[in-house]
Design a protein around this ligand. Structure first.
Ligand SMILES: NC(=O)c1ccc[n+]([C@@H]2O[C@H](COP(=O)([O-])OP(=O)(O)OC[C@H]3O[C@@H](n4cnc5c(N)ncnc54)[C@H](OP(=O)(O)O)[C@@H]3O)[C@@H](O)[C@H]2O)c1
Length: 251
């Protein structure tokens, strides 16, 4: 099958592309580095020529609410529009568990993306994933100041990006599959505790401090478990400890 992966060089997109290629599918990589911009639409129609399924794993570094909503809404509309013209049969998009009540930042943008996709004519399958194990790496990158990382209080059910990619690939190729599925890891965790374990393996930063980010209007939902998996979610390993051992072995 000829399958386009939007964001094919990203954290999740490269895993999806790898899984699909290993299964013998032809992958069309859609990234700005490859000359295709799903926000402006430049090169998108041409890239979708002959494509049967699109997997959207794009991202933006923007976190300001209006901008992130505009980005995700626009890419959903552009991908829907060009998919109709190209005769694409379905679109699979990776979203995030528990974001229904979120009104700000990245999570609000993802909600706007889901809604925009569902307004389009091409059938859409949405896989809502919990935060990835790899999210702890992002936390250290984003929040470290001096010798301390400041991690917002978050209950989560971390899941490996590779595990999410395998589920996305299955949704891409299966003739019968649910339109909406949640996937999470096997344990409920405090994000700061998991991030501190990663910092200890890396040897830096020295400290990880959990903070309540009261500037974020959704901080209570995030701290209170809104991002945890509900009934019916696919629960799949590896655990965070297994992922750590594999990627950051004790020296
Ligand atoms: N991280 C998590 O814990 C988590 C959990 C659940 C769901 N998700 C979702 O997974 C998605 C992917 O996240 P990620 O962390 O894997 O992303 P990432 O590593 O930041 O990668 C983003 C990808 O999107 C491409 N891209 C960005 N803007 C583009 C544009 N205008 N046109 C075409 N390609 C574009 C990038 O390539 P170029 O820069 O070359 O364009 C890159 O390949 C996000 O929507 C996120 O909400 C993430």
């Amino acid at each position: 099958m000829r399958i386009a992966v939007v964001g094919a060089s990203g954290r999740i997109g490269r895993e999806v592309a790898d899984v699909l290629k290993n299964q013998g599918h032809e992958v069309v990589a859609i990234t700005r580095s490859a000359g295709v911009d799903v926000y402006s639409g430049v090169g998108l129609g041409q890239a979708l020529d002959g494509v049967e399924v699109v997997v959207d794993a794009a991202n933006t570094a923007t976190t300001e609410t209006a901008a992130v909503r505009d980005y995700f809404r626009t890419i959903a509309r552009n991908i829907q529009q060009e998919s109709v013209d190209a005769g694409v049969r379905r679109i699979v998009v990776v979203s995030i568990i528990g974001i229904d009540a979120f009104t700000a930042g990245h999570y609000a943008g993802k909600l706007a993306q889901e809604q925009a996709y569902l307004e389009g004519p091409v059938p859409v399958r949405i896989l809502r994933a919990a935060q990835f194990h790899e999210f702890t790496e992002m936390m250290l990158d984003w929040t470290t100041q001096g010798d301390t990382a400041y991690v917002p209080q978050t209950r989560t059910q971390l899941v490996a990006a590779r595990t999410v990619a395998e589920q996305l690939a299955e949704l891409a190729v299966a003739e019968d599959a649910p339109d909406r599925l949640d996937i999470a890891g096997p344990e409920q965790l405090d994000l700061a505790v998991a991030t501190a374990k990663l910092a200890a393996r890396r040897g830096t930063p020295l400290h990880v401090q959990e903070i309540l980010d009261t500037a974020d209007p959704n901080h209570q939902a995030q701290a209170g478990g809104a991002l945890l998996a509900g009934d019916g979610a696919v629960i799949a390993g590896p655990t965070f400890e297994q992922w750590l051992d594999r990627n950051y072995p004790v020296r």
